[in-house]
Design a protein around this ligand. Structure first.
Ligand code: HEC
Ligand code: HEC
Length: 267
């Protein structure tokens, strides 16, 4: 089979990228070779240095041939919490601009800290109220946001350790599905609070449940817990659907808790 491709037209942008890449690639290649030579000298000369150098240089150059100006092989340097705080977060959190809880101010932070690490991190990453997502810097990695968040909250009395959440967040589609499953199987009790089921907007009831973690909640919903029937009493419900219903419930409960925190912070 012939594999003909129509030649794409080179736009001005392609041309500029290609030119830029053409200029940058040799510079980086030279830099890499220098580093390599230094490295080899340090190692008292490796016998297969030449092919290795060749391969590394080609790997380095290759992305530029594809009109990518940023080097995707460059290891990302994760900044410390203090660096990110100073550069990005201090703009609001040092002075309390826009109502931001202030650095080292335990009074501003205590109720927020009580929400727990995961919730705070979710808010720092996704934004909340006047707080922009990632403090307004979309280039920050999750880990950098976590470190900055920990730097701030620990200054105000928390004892967190920066770690990324292990629980993956549901996608929008999963939440939609969860909402549907919830409406059909769970709302009867969890909207009304009948038989002691936790209502979705009952922040006080959900706070300890969220701290228990989603794995616990999935397990409780699938197998039943206390007064809660397994799968809401619908044996035909799949485990996956039950989990998505829990995801939806957790999402609503988090919103209720966040609304409570914002209200009390505004007071
Ligand atoms: C443009 C101003 C601004 C910047 C920059 C900013 N914040 Fe905030 N932040 C706020 C405001 C305002 C609030 C209070 C929001 C609310 O509760 O309504 C807040 C609240 C928070 C909270 C508490 C959320 C909660 O659930 O109570 C965390 C955590 C946080 N910010 C982390 C960060 C981090 C980390 C950075 C830097 C990467 C950052 N912020 C940068 C304005 C800012
Ligand atoms: C017949 C009423 C009823 C229905 C329907 C129902 N639940 Fe519940 N649920 C309860 C009660 C009661 C509790 C326990 C409250 C307690 O722990 O004191 C509960 C608790 C829970 C909990 C928290 C676990 C815990 O330790 O308390 C989760 C999560 C949950 N239900 C999920 C679901 C899901 C998902 C559905 C739908 C698929 C559902 N429930 C349907 C009554 C119901």
């Amino acid at each position: 089979m012939a594999d003909h491709h129509a030649m794409p037209k080179t736009t001005l942008k392609d041309f500029l990228y290609a030119t830029l890449g053409g200029l940058l690639a040799p510079a980086i290649a030279i830099f890499m070779i220098v580093l390599l030579v230094l490295g080899i000298q340090a190692n008292f000369g490796a016998s297969d240095a030449a092919p290795v150098a060749d391969r590394i240089v080609r790997e380095r150059i290759q992305p530029f041939g594809q009109s990518v100006v940023v080097d995707p092989n460059a290891p990302r340097i994760e900044r410390t919490g203090k660096q990110v705080y100073d550069e990005v977060c201090a703009g609001c959190h040092a002075s309390g601009a826009l109502g931001a809880p202030r650095f080292e101010n335990a009074g501003d932070w205590s109720r927020r800290i009580a929400q727990g690490y995961d919730m705070l991190l979710t808010h720092a990453i996704k934004g909340i109220g006047k707080m922009p997502a990632r403090g307004g810097d979309p280039d920050l990695s999750d880990l950098e946001v976590a470190r900055a968040m920990v730097h701030m909250t620990n200054s105000a009395g928390a004892r967190f350790e920066a770690a990324l959440k292990k629980e993956p967040e549901p996608t929008a589609a999963q939440l939609e599905r969860g909402k549907l499953v919830y409406a059909e199987n769970c709302a009867y009790c969890h909207d009304t609070g009948i038989t002691g089921a936790q209502k979705l907007d009952d922040a006080a009831a959900w706070r300890p449940l969220l701290q228990a973690g989603k794995e616990y909640l999935y397990h409780a919903a699938i197998n039943g817990s206390f007064g809660g029937p397994a799968k809401g009493g619908n044996e035909k419900l799949s485990d996956a659907d039950t989990r998505m219903a829990v995801d939806y419930m957790v999402d609503r409960a988090r919103a209720a808790i966040a609304a409570g925190a914002t209200q009390s912070a505004a007071k």
